[in-house]
Design a protein around this ligand. Structure first.
Ligand code: ADP
Length: 237
């Protein structure tokens, strides 16, 4: 009876977590929809000047882009969690992958931000290249977004013991100690305004989910005012 009760509890909490996820996702999507509808109402009711019209369309586009980002990330998460996106684990070189991702990210780095990538010649691990690329892109774009204007973003790869270790550091605002566990939760944002309206609060949740799929971990060390270092460890070959 104890085991049956425990299984029921687990099923019950999985059901509750799923219901919470649906409720949170609906709430996040409702905000941009509400803004879009309000903007359409205003444009219809008033006689907008060409300038008002442009402004209104700009708001609608921005909110639709936010919805599109949210839906894209929600789909990625659901596919991973339901196992509909098959992971394709292959032996690969984490240093080479980090270098390739950094080359692309350099092209879209904010002005004045220097992105560097360091690592030994090769650090081999079993990985899904698409997922690892997504993980790196998420961490680097966060470092761009929350880093300091003219700062440095440093990507490093190393091998310690049996682990392939990847870290992304910035010298930005950092994260208050009491929020450092919460940032891994779905939809959690320390300060939504800081992301310039482009954040979804899903990036780090996905980072940790991808690290765990590789049998690894994702963690943060951050000192407010000095910057943050996100570290992902996966088993090395
Ligand atoms: P978001 O889409 O809001 O960036 P994430 O899940 O990627 O969502 O991050 C959650 C929150 O963690 C962000 O809203 C931000 O407040 C904080 N955060 C993430 N990366 C950094 C960073 N490099 N420096 C400071 N804060 C960060």
């Amino acid at each position: 009876p104890y085991r049956r009760q425990r299984q029921m509890c687990i099923r019950d909490s999985a059901f509750k977590a799923e219901a919470q996820f649906t409720s949170d996702a609906s709430h996040e999507l409702r905000t941009p929809v509400t803004v879009i509808l309000a903007e359409c109402d205003t444009l219809e009711r008033t006689q907008p000047t060409a300038e008002d019209y442009q402004e209104g369309v700009g708001v609608i586009r921005q909110q639709a882009q936010q919805m599109s980002r949210l839906i894209g990330q929600l789909l990625h998460i659901t596919r991973l969690e339901q196992g509909t996106q098959k992971t394709c684990m292959e032996r690969g070189d984490l240093t080479a992958l980090a270098e390739a991702v950094c080359e692309q990210q350099k092209m879209i780095a904010p002005e004045g931000v220097v992105l560097t990538c360091d690592g030994p010649d090769s650090v081999e691990a079993q990985m899904d290249v698409i997922l690892m690329t997504r993980l790196l892109n998420n961490l680097i774009s966060n470092a761009f977004r929350y880093g300091s204007g003219g700062g440095h973003v440093r990507v490093t790869v190393r091998r310690t013991g049996s682990c392939a270790v990847l870290s992304v550091s910035d010298d930005g605002a950092g994260i208050p100690l009491d929020q450092q566990e919460k940032i891994w939760q779905r939809f959690y944002q320390v300060d939504a305004a800081r992301s310039g309206g482009e954040g979804t609060g899903l990036g780090l949740y996905m980072v940790r989910q991808i690290a765990q799929l590789h049998g690894g971990t994702a963690a943060v060390k951050s000192a407010p005012g000095q910057g943050s270092t996100f570290t992902v460890r996966i088993p090395a070959e």
